[in-house]
Design a protein around this ligand. Structure first.
Ligand code: EPU
Length: 420
């Protein structure tokens, strides 16, 4: 579970030095879920030690998965003898990624029940796309309050599933379910996010037949059996983007190691447009943000549009950059709770519905602020790093959901932080 803490940040210093990027949280969720599709031992390298993934592994443990942490970020997982009898349902409600076990469990058990997934409070986040798609694959589904019952009388069948919106986890769930279903499942209006491509690569390494990942139509032809594999999970693109933004807001110069540049292309391009110097060197990125930042408009959207998971951090950036700008959030209806908090630090942002207007050129000052979710916490942390004086971030523990060793990584870059 999430251990609560507040954080004091003494800002006003440019970050400098090196930071190594951890494995991707949002790629680890579906890959862990995919390990439920095989009996053998799956070895995963670069699993991030973040709270959401620790909770996912604890959830697996409660199902009887045998998990060994070989070394830091390497996990061996064997799901041969799982059962749902002692599943820790409260963990399902603690994260959104838990919905991804559904596509795999439907192959393992003809009948079971789950509670609704949780996750950051950034919108309603319904699961209707998931349920509609699984119904099309032959699953009977009934819901009473927070409890959903699933049953099937035969093997999952293939289906043509057209998503109303390119939902990331729904796309991944149908890839997982389709891998062992009878026939070819087609996902239309599929999400194109790098984590979807990563899941396809992982499933293929287990023997799955998938084509079209990274485009809006994915075909998954079910095979009789998948086999165990060893796989290294891609670097986290939102952690990468957040450190790039941290360098930019503090006018620092840092090297990010173990980076997947193509997956952060949209974020890097936006920063370059703002006047930051970014150079790619193999798996590293060097960012030099000594020049003044110029504010820029952006609109979030499904990949390859600008990622919603970086919108709060860019609200902080635009508030200090020169010139007027507008940020429009189109993915989640309640992902602007950081705006009043940033304003307590002098950001001077105006929110109208899902739009944030910035007049730009503000000097941030330390204040006591409260984080409401993971990426809002990241935005406040960036603002705190830029502001002179001591900023207190209440509920800073949200950071631990998605940023591995954030305290020590930032301290190594010269930041002054204190747990409260
Ligand atoms: N939606 C529905 N019905 C559904 C599913 C989604 O209406 O059944 C709507 C959502 O309410 C939202 C939109 O579709 O308005 C997009 O949601 P999506 O399903 O794509 O989001 P997700 O799969 O739940 C993943 C990431 C999020 C990231 C989004 C968008 C994981 C575990 N989570 O969520 O990550 O913001 O895609 O890229 O992969 C984060 O890391 O901070 C985070 C929130």
């Amino acid at each position: 579970m999430l251990y609560k803490y507040n954080l004091a940040v003494i800002g006003g210093k440019p970050l400098c030095g090196e930071v190594t990027i951890s494995g991707s949280k949002n790629a680890s969720f579906p890959i862990l879920a995919a390990s439920l599709l095989v009996d053998g031992t799956v070895t995963l390298q670069n699993i991030p030690k973040v709270q959401d993934i620790i909770n996912m592994l604890t959830l697996f443990g409660s199902m009887g998965s045998k998990i060994s942490h070989v070394d830091g970020n390497i996990v061996e997982i064997n799901n041969a003898d799982i059962s749902i009898d002692n599943m820790q349902y409260d963990l399902i409600g603690s994260m959104r990624g838990s919905i991804l076990i559904l596509g795999a469990l439907l192959h393992r058990f003809p009948e079971f029940q789950l509670t609704l997934p949780g996750g950051c409070n950034i919108g309603k986040r319904p699961i209707d796309f998931h349920l509609d798609g699984f119904r099309a694959m032959g699953v009977n589904i009934t819901q009473q309050g927070d409890v959903i019952k699933f049953s099937r009388s035969a093997k999952l069948s293939s289906a043509k599933i057209e998503l109303e919106y390119p939902s990331v986890c729904a796309t991944e769930n149908f890839m997982l379910a389709g891998s062992l279903a009878e026939g070819t499942t087609t996902i239309i209006n599929a999400a194109c996010e790098p984590e979807v491509v990563e899941l396809a690569n992982f499933l293929r390494s287990m023997g799955a037949k998938i084509t079209g990942e990274g485009t809006d139509t994915i075909n998954v032809t079910g095979v009789k059996q998948l086999h165990a594999t060893e796989y290294k999970i891609m670097p986290d693109r939102i952690e990468t983007g957040t450190y790039l933004a941290a360098a930019a807001i503090t006018r620092g110069k840092i090297t990010l190691k173990n980076v997947d540049y193509p997956s952060v292309f949209e974020i890097a391009s936006q920063l370059i447009a703002m006047g930051v110097d970014i150079t790619q060197q193999a798996d590293d990125i060097v960012i030099d943000a000594s020049a003044k930042l110029q504010a820029f408009d952006l609109v979030t959207g499904p990949h390859p549009e600008f990622p919603t998971d970086m919108q709060p951090q860019f609200c902080a950036l635009n508030s200090v950059a020169l010139g007027e700008s507008k940020i429009i959030e189109t993915v989640f209806e309640n992902r602007l709770q950081h705006i009043p908090e940033l304003n307590k630090m002098g950001a001077n942002l105006e929110r109208t519905n899902n739009e944030v207007y910035s007049s730009g050129g503000n000097i941030l000052t330390a204040a006591e602020v409260e984080a409401t979710d993971l990426r809002a916490a990241a935005a406040l942390l960036l603002a705190g790093l830029a502001a002179k004086g001591e900023t207190i971030i209440k509920n800073a523990h949200y950071l631990s959901r998605g940023y591995e060793s954030v305290f020590s990584k930032l301290s190594n870059l010269g930041a002054t932080l204190r747990y409260l």
